[in-house]
Design a protein. Structure first.
Length: 91
């Protein structure tokens, strides 16, 4: 059982490191100044003014990121202090 856990952790670390290094390598290609093309094309149909576009665009992604970070922190804390067991049912 312990060897399966070590293999899973190693595999997750390799995948994370690969994605991280790939994103660092292509970071300059990810930078796009200004509002994205999707919001230039669809934003005016979704929201009537520029202030609403900015609130939906940037603050929405920011809130989504914060929620993902919070959920990830809770799950990792439960796994670390629960020694890999997440008790959802009671006993």
């Amino acid at each position: 059982m312990d060897s399966k856990k070590n293999i899973a952790v190693s595999l997750a670390l390799v995948i994370f490191a690969g994605i991280f290094l790939h994103s660092i390598y292509l970071f300059s290609g990810m930078i796009d100044p200004g509002i994205s093309y999707v919001y230039l094309g669809l934003g005016t149909k979704i929201a009537p003014n520029m202030v609403t576009n900015i609130v939906f665009d940037f603050r929405g992604f920011d809130t989504l990121g914060e929620a993902i970070i919070l959920v990830s922190a809770v799950v990792v804390t439960m796994l670390v202090f629960g020694r890999g067991k997440v008790n959802l049912g009671g006993k």
